[in-house]
Unconditional design. Structure first.
Length: 150
């Protein structure tokens, strides 16, 4: 390997052997480009900070950073005021959603639900009236066909 010349080109020569035992000479010409980049002093200082937990002085035990694991059970209790605040927020959200609905749309939806329930009840009553006094098999077949249609 040679030093870069005026143009920044260096020559690297290597020798390798093939499977047949022949020696090959490989010559590479490589252009070396040196790129200088300005860095802020504070950024440079942060990059060179010793990472947390590594000893500042390896030999001196008094200056070493130590971490000790506690074997005590630590119980953390949630304050009551935060529980009450959360419950109030949930209630306020529910009130907001109910107040946000269009009253005419809400009443229309409720009427449709009640109408559907009433129709289902009528179908069940009709089924029971039609099968009164018939055999159990006839009751089952009639009721099942009525429920399928409705």
């Amino acid at each position: 390997e040679t030093k870069p010349d005026e143009e920044g080109v260096k020559t690297v020569t290597t020798y390798t052997q093939t499977l047949r035992g022949e020696t090959l000479k490989v010559t590479k010409r490589i252009k070396v480009i040196r790129k200088c980049q300005r860095i802020n002093k504070d950024v440079y200082a942060r990059k060179n900070i010793v990472p947390f937990g590594l000893d500042a002085a390896d030999g001196d035990p008094s200056l070493s950073a130590t971490t000790v694991r506690s074997h005590e059970e630590i119980i953390i209790e949630v304050p009551r005021s935060s529980k009450q605040r959360k419950f109030k927020e949930e209630e306020e959200e529910d009130d907001f959603y109910m107040g946000d609905l269009n009253p005419s749309k809400t009443s229309r939806d409720l009427r449709q639900k009640f109408r559907a329930l009433r129709e289902d009840d009528e179908a069940v009553r009709n089924c029971q009236n039609d099968t009164h006094g018939k055999s159990e098999e006839a009751k089952r077949t009639r009721c099942s066909t009525t429920n399928k249609n409705s």
